[in-house]
Design a protein around this ligand. Structure first.
Ligand SMILES: C[S@@+](CC[C@H](N)C(=O)[O-])C[C@H]1O[C@@H](n2cnc3c(N)ncnc32)[C@H](O)[C@@H]1O
Length: 281
């Protein structure tokens, strides 16, 4: 079969090349790429073919697995992974943080540390920071905080650390939060905003692959959010990842997963406190 679709004049991925990539992605990153995702992956990888001036997916696969080009693996995973995220996504988690977890936490502690694992381009991390900062402001508390974000995608981590967002990404951010925590670009034609330094300095981003045997994180957290990432993994991989994340929780710390995710029958050392919110036991 030809690598080209004559009608569109765009290269088409051959099944055997798709299989080579999907097997590698699952064994190295845990992401399942079933056959129905073939055309999605093809269109995402097209960017890499164009950037490298490579004409076919077969040539790309050779390039990707050539030991001379190990840096291409990172670029491949940056485009293959799904980075959809939003400020205040699944907002009931942030309401629970504001109304239950933080009021409870300040009774015994003067600081809190949170890990957003699989943070994509940082919106989840900054939303957490806004919620804590607003809690301090409104309730006159001085809770110190540090929010860590990790992702396997280096390009996402770089975007997160840059903290610059297109204006249309802030739909759903309450107007007072927008005014207080975002800086407008001086050039009015450019529709970008940047998170204020007071919030940025409370955040740290780092690369972490959930499939790493040991997580190189010398810290324990009060809350770990791992949302909308596990859905791409097999059930067994989900359990292994969650087990390692829970090891990084302080006693009585909280694990928060995405609305479409479940840990049912995984036998993990946590108890349910509210749908998708768990406490370490
Ligand atoms: C859909 S985003 C979720 C972002 C955010 N947590 C949210 O709920 O809006 C999933 C993120 O998981 C990351 N991811 C996928 N596989 C990963 C792995 N093996 N290790 C770490 N992060 C991974 C992707 O790069 C992507 O940024």
């Amino acid at each position: 079969m030809s690598d080209y679709n004559n009608k569109q004049r765009e290269p088409q991925i051959r099944h055997e090349d798709f299989v080579k990539i999907s097997r590698f992605v699952e064994s190295t990153y845990g992401l399942k790429l079933p056959d129905y995702k073939k055309y999605l992956i093809q269109s995402r990888l097209l960017r890499r073919l164009n950037a490298l001036g490579i004409a076919t997916y077969s040539e790309y696969v050779k390039y990707l697995f050539d030991p001379k080009h190990t840096d291409e693996i990172q670029k491949m995973i940056d485009v293959v992974t799904t980075h959809k995220t939003d400020f205040y996504r699944e907002s009931d988690h942030f309401e629970y943080l504001e109304n239950v977890l933080l009021p409870d936490h300040v009774k015994k502690h003067d600081d809190i540390s949170i890990w957003s694992a699989g943070c994509s381009t940082g919106e989840e991390v900054y939303t957490l920071a806004f919620v804590i900062s607003e809690f301090n402001r409104k309730k006159n508390h001085k809770l110190d905080y540090q929010i860590f974000g990790s992702d396997v995608s280096v390009s996402s981590i770089q975007e997160a650390a840059a903290a610059v967002y297109q204006m249309n990404k802030t739909v759903g951010v309450p107007i007072d939060i927008l005014k207080r925590y975002f800086l407008k670009n001086k050039n009015k034609d450019k529709k970008f905003v940047k998170i204020v330094p007071e919030i940025r300095k409370k955040t740290k981003f780092f690369k972490l692959n959930f499939l790493d045997k040991v997580y190189n994180v010398n810290k324990k957290f009060d809350i770990i959010m791992c949302r909308n990432t596990l859905i791409y993994f097999s059930r067994e991989t989900q359990r292994e990842v969650l087990s390692k994340l829970i090891d990084h929780l302080n006693p009585n710390g909280y694990l928060i997963i995405g609305h479409s995710e479940s840990i049912f029958s995984m036998d993990l050392p946590v108890k349910l406190v509210k749908t998708t919110i768990f406490k370490k036991i």
